[in-house]
Design a protein around this ligand. Structure first.
Ligand SMILES: [Zn+2]
Length: 108
């Protein structure tokens, strides 16, 4: 059956695919949000199937509740709250859930 080496290769391929898909989705979001969303869904499926972690830079682009791929300015509005430690808060416009920045979700 599949060896350890093969599994690692699968994960590497999965990571590359996610990167390609989401970069593509990012680029076409303003023109074709539906297609971008499909790419986002696909990338999430690859993550689950390959049992890898979504890269941090992309993880914050997915809504925690509706799991949609978000695009700042289109499906997300970003608020920067300044204070002792300034933080970025992402609001999903699809399900209207506020999503805090990675500073706050890192414990999970
Ligand atoms: Zn949402």
């Amino acid at each position: 059956m599949s060896s350890r080496r093969e599994k690692q290769a699968t994960k590497k391929i999965a990571q590359e695919r996610i990167e390609i898909l989401l970069t593509l989705a990012d680029g076409i979001y303003s023109e074709d949000p539906e297609l971008a969303q499909r790419y986002g869904d696909l990338a999430r499926k690859i993550v689950m199937k390959a049992r890898i972690r979504m890269p941090e830079k992309w993880r914050i682009r997915f809504c925690r509740k509706c799991k949609k791929f978000l695009y700042p300015g289109i499906t997300t509005h970003v608020r920067i709250k300044s204070g002792v430690s300034s933080r970025v808060v992402y609001y999903c416009d699809i399900c209207n859930v506020g999503k805090k920045s990675k500073q706050f979700s890192k414990s999970s």
